[in-house]
Design a binder for this molecule. Sequence first.
Ligand SMILES: Cc1ncc(COP(=O)(O)O)c(C=O)c1O
Length: 386
Amino acid sequence: MSTHLFPTYKRWDLTFESANGDTITTPDGREFIDLMSGIGTVNMGHNHPEIVGAVEKQLHRGWHGSNFFQYDQQEQVAAQLADMTGLHRVFFANSGTEANEAAIKLARKATGREEIVSFTQSFHGRTYGSMAATGQAKIHEGYAPLPDGFTYAPYNDTEQAEKYITSDTAAVIVETIQGEGGVVPGTQAFLEKVDTLAKANGALLIIDEVQTGMGRTGEQFSYQKFGLDPDIVTVAKGLGNGFPVAAMMGKEALQSYFGPGSHGTTLGGNPLAMAAVHATLNVLNTPGLLSGVEAKSKHALQHLREQCEASEMVTEVRGAGLMIGIACGQPVAPILTKLQEKGVVALPAGEKVIRLLPPLTISEERLAQGLDTVMGAIKETAKTKA
Ligand SMILES: Cc1ncc(COP(=O)(O)O)c(C=O)c1O
């Protein structure tokens, strides 16, 4: 097919036509169970009436005035986020990488230090600062020189963390579960140690909740499960249920370092995005939503682990909430293709992990149907290989 697009994405042989709830439809009328939520963004399901209604209402009242104006919508959403996190200052951006970029800049300015510590196999985005913080060589390839001052400590290694986090560290940036890196959960001991070391050394703790936030792991934000005390939290993806918007939240004491002219973005926090976020947060905070995620998670993990016990291909089923990784002993691309033939879309995480990020609103029955299909595709692929 002729194209005018840069080939930056390895696209599937599927065209997106429309989506509703947990179903995606292609132009030829085929329907797919969605176990990926637009890469962990459409957490409340596609076409959610409350969220669509809120955006539609704002659409006709003006999209954008610029950050020269006072925006009541930004204040309202910032107050909601502050209530949820105890972080009383918010900066709005448009994507996860931008939120992390803001966090890195703020950390350097606030501490007067240069060093940013992140972890091997982490992913924080594709712009220069966030890319430099990303602990994967393949992401850096061809883009030298990267900004100085970034080091990568081994993930889940408490002893090594002590060597990396020092009195020269401006900030430590960490995911509580590495998403792109293979759905690798951080241990309680490791994450607590990172928090303690950051505080002991006067460094800031930045938690990247771009993939784990917004209910994905069964809490509003995943760090809450570990009882951590971050100075900065970044969020995007699910923040506006897939509407392009991001936020960097920080402790109030950091505000003086981000004064007028220190940072900015033209479209960040526009009223249309704020309408999406306000409605999405209301849905997230609906009683029963998060306990529902926990219940579905428990059944899903148990079911998958039982089914995979005898599998020669699956080495581990891991994750939290509805962020689940099925680690396989071989590349998962053929399994994902087979899954699509059977009417389910799911993701890879790295080469050998199947990543499941269904909408949090998916029903138990529909999720079970999707998971059975995943198991079927794994079994069939194992047979074909033999
Ligand atoms: C943990 C994490 N941080 C940052 C990003 C970058 O977000 P975006 O693609 O919106 O720039 C991602 C994207 O996958 C992510 O998973």
